[in-house]
Design a binder for this molecule. Structure first.
Ligand code: HAM
Length: 438
């Protein structure tokens, strides 16, 4: 049987691969206007980074990470029952933030007193989730991280930039909801966490098994539970925004005022806790009503002022977000936004008979050397089939090389849209093409 792509992964065939390239280019352009520069970090990192950075009790780390194991270690494990040491284990990145923060710390990108590092990335992330529409095991994110500033202007600027980007790629504001919350800080959150735990303990009988365990290790995760009974219990849970310290309250109020000033609409959602443990203060998520069902979050992020210390760096506040390319593509499809067409060919060179092939080969090469997209048939097709191929490749012009004209150093140049035909010198084809396309 032929081998297919693994469950939860997808091929991007040329149309979608081109769309992904354009999507990344648009992100680089939009985020570039806010001062973000590209960074590339490895898809493989030490497992320890995600355990410490994202949190051992999160679903992402406890259940969904793909851990890589070398052939030699696997053999050793199977044959001798010796699992590789945890310290040396590698995992495929489930998200980009931990790796970027690790790189910032490792390369000291934000020395004391420096301006913040504004970094953007785009690439595949891996989570062993149960695949469904909008939820894959390998998916692509575009993300940004701003490290070195804790001011609320950074939060507001990033949120405004994210909303501008979504609009720019074709998702109208009317189809998006921006959810906003503050998660507090290490000063106010522990007391709040205890209040949520007490609330969960008081309703223990109404909770699912997972939430009963969550009450012990990570009570705030119960806000994410989809179980109806748990959701009811959490509706009555204490709200973090009623328990913020004065600094967190002031920070949150300023973020909201800046968004109001920029005309960016948001909905405050005290149950928004996000699935990763590193968040402090501002958290946000963008959901869409366009064709995604339950997997309706197209992007999300927040502040993580303690993450750099968590991975061994000096205190460096940070904020960022990531958006899911595949979910955006599904939303755009549901909204009827056309994917860009594959780029058209400038010139197709057709041969009346096989004797013309050498000249055609040279002409195609000459056009390419001048920067035009050019191609020819490589499989001895009939002239009619060559025209069909030129049509399929969306060629602007077709040069037809026939023995009679070529004997006089001439050939035919046909415009595929207007069907206009010219007889021109064989040596003039590329110049004529250049003038016509200019
Ligand atoms: P996240 O909310 O886990 O945040 O993921 C961001 C986006 O990635 C989601 O809103 C969704 O569009 C997409 N996504 C997540 N999981 C899947 C999946 N299994 N299949 C398809 N798309 C998916 C983060 O990853 C954080 N690192 C964001 C961040 C950056 N926070 C601070 N800086």
């Amino acid at each position: 049987m032929a081998i297919s792509a693994p469950k939860g992964t997808r091929d991007f065939l040329p149309d979608e691969a081109l769309f992904w390239q354009q999507f990344k280019a648009t992100a680089a352009e939009v985020f570039g206007t806010y001062g973000y520069l590209p960074i590339e970090t490895p898809a493989l990192e030490l497992t320890e980074l995600f355990v410490r950075g994202i949190g051992e009790a999160t679903d992402v780390v406890s259940k969904e990470m793909f851990t890589a194991i070398s052939g030699e270690n696997l053999k050793n494990w199977v044959e001798n029952g010796r699992a590789p040491e945890r310290k040396s284990r590698l995992s495929l990145r489930p998200e980009g933030t931990a790796g970027v923060v690790r790189a910032v710390v490792q390369h000291d990108l934000v020395p004391q007193g420096a301006a913040p590092a504004k970094l953007m990335y785009a690439g595949p992330m891996f989570r062993a989730e149960n695949p469904q529409k909008g939820r894959q095991r390998q998916f692509n994110q575009v993300g940004v991280e701003c490290l070195g500033a804790e001011e609320p202007t950074v939060d507001a600027e990033a949120i405004i930039m994210l909303m501008r980007f979504f609009q720019r790629v074709g998702i109208p504001s009317a189809n998006m909801t921006l959810l906003l919350n503050s998660m507090g800080c290490e000063k106010c959150r522990p007391a709040y966490r205890d209040l949520v735990k007490a609330h969960l303990d008081a309703h223990s009988g109404e909770l699912c098994d997972t939430c009963r365990t969550r009450a012990e290790i990570n009570p705030l995760r119960a806000f994410d539970c989809k179980n109806e009974s748990c959701a009811k219990v959490m509706e009555q849970a204490p709200k973090i925004t009623d328990h913020l310290c004065d600094e967190c309250k002031a920070h949150y109020e300023t973020v909201k005022a800046l968004l109001d000033g920029a005309g960016v609409a948001y909905v405050e959602d005290a149950s928004l806790v996000r699935g990763l443990d590193y968040y402090t203060r501002t958290v946000f998520e963008v959901q869409t009503d366009a064709g995604l069902g339950s997997q309706n979050a197209i992007g999300g992020g927040g502040r993580y002022d303690k993450l750099a210390e968590e991975v061994g760096g000096r205190p460096t506040p940070g904020l960022g977000f990531a958006l899911g390319f595949e979910r955006c593509a599904l939303a755009l499809e549901a909204l009827g936004v056309e994917m860009p067409q594959a780029q058209r060919l400038d010139l197709f060179v057709a041969c009346v008979n096989d004797e013309m092939r050498a000249a055609a080969f040279g002409l195609v090469q000459a056009a390419r050397d001048r920067g035009y997209k050019a191609d020819m048939d490589h499989q001895h097709r009939s002239l009619k089939s060559q025209f069909k191929l030129a049509d399929k490749l969306n060629a602007a012009k077709v040069a037809v090389l026939g023995p009679d004209e070529m004997a006089e150093g001439k050939c035919q140049l046909r415009d595929m849209a207007s069907h206009e035909q010219l007889i021109i010198g064989f040596d003039e084809v590329v110049d004529t093409l250049g003038r016509a396309l200019a």
